[in-house]
Design a protein around this ligand. Sequence first.
Ligand code: TYD
Ligand code: MG
Length: 451
Amino acid sequence: MKKTRAHVFKCGSCGHEEPKWLGRCPECGEWNTLAEIAVASARSIRAENGAKTGNFSTSPQSFPLSSVDPIEGKRVSSGIEELDRVLGGGIMKRSAVLLGGEPGIGKSTLLLQAAAAAQTQGRILYVSGEESAGQVKMRADRIKAEKIDRIELCCTGRMEDILVILDAVKPVLVMVDSAQTLHTDDAGPAPGTINQMKFCAYELISWVKEHDAALFLAAHVTKDGLISGPKTLEHMVDTVLYFEQGVSGEAGNTDCRFLRPSKNRFGSVDEIGIFTMGEEGLTEVADPSLLFLVRREGNIPSGIATAAVLEGSRSLLVELQALTVPVKGSVSRVFSGSIEINRVSRIAACLEKHLGLRLSDQDLYINVAGGIRINEVGVELALAAALYSARTGIPLPAKTAIAGELSLAGEVLPVRRRNIREKTAAGLGYSLFTAEDLKSAIRGLFGDGKH
Ligand code: TYD
Ligand code: MG
């Protein structure tokens, strides 16, 4: 006979549930606290089955696949283009989006701006467990959200209250700020545990799926990911967006914010949304190239190269800055926040091997203007050029945007979507440079070496 999950083992100290008995609770670390109990409530079993099958009626049933109405295509605009872009073309109905980011990055601001912009879609419920109604209104005034009559506000994190309000308001969009403030009387005695957060998130997700709405759930994450809590929510939601600041915090560009999907059931994870934070909230940056270039009069210093990289469907020109100084310790080190250290080391090794440029006795520093993280392989040739220029002291030619991936053998591999890069470069008065191999690239960029 098929065994149904009628019992679980629940920790008497933190409320954590395990399918098997364990001597020690993996959640709070207490010993001998797990006791067998009957599964929580009929509602959560129904919600669980419903979330798996899309069917929320009480008796389990199957249905012909051909009769299924695909939810793909049921998207609504958030009213914020950069947000729609990272979501894959708008908010998917019945979906749940986790918005992670460090405190102060602008999660609440983004949720409120999206709430204001999305009112054309219907009523919106903004649940704030962190701030008072007055604080939320002050932010609404600050971002100049004038017409806000379709936004309902409730300031609580108590799940029982939120569910009652949801049923009364029947919003099309639910903003919850934040996951960490959610709690329920139903899930164990200790509020604020990961288990409570998961339980409440589950109820919220079930509600939006049952009511053809969509959910945005803000969650705090620290820089080093110390709080593992929101991580456990990632597998429950459809889309995970991380809101982050530029890594180098260059003067003038510190207000730049990047919205990056790390998981997206309904779109690509390559797209990024770019915003700047100003006096009146977040502003979308539709044409971001100028943010990552540094305006200069006269000659370009050595160590500076412009790369034409791909970010999702867009191409960006970004300025790379390289500095090489003789090693201080016994081994050479790479200091780079925006480009992976492994990538920098590999490109340096290529230059050393194929051009005889000695870099192994140097510490290497790499920056990207605007602090944008670059993971695209097309950045490699520009990185090689910046390092070569830094080490030799020879500057690169002006208005040259470089694109190319490097193989370990010193070949330059063709980049994806060259046309888009060319067009972006041309639009900013740059010409696109690429080559067949590293040697000829360096010759093409720096001349024949008679400097
Ligand atoms: P907030 O949205 O509260 O961040 P989070 O919810 O992620 O913690 O906003 C964070 C910062 O942004 C805060 O320090 C104030 C600043 N800010 C502005 O500079 N301009 C604005 O218009 C708003 C609303 C906030
Ligand atoms: Mg906030």
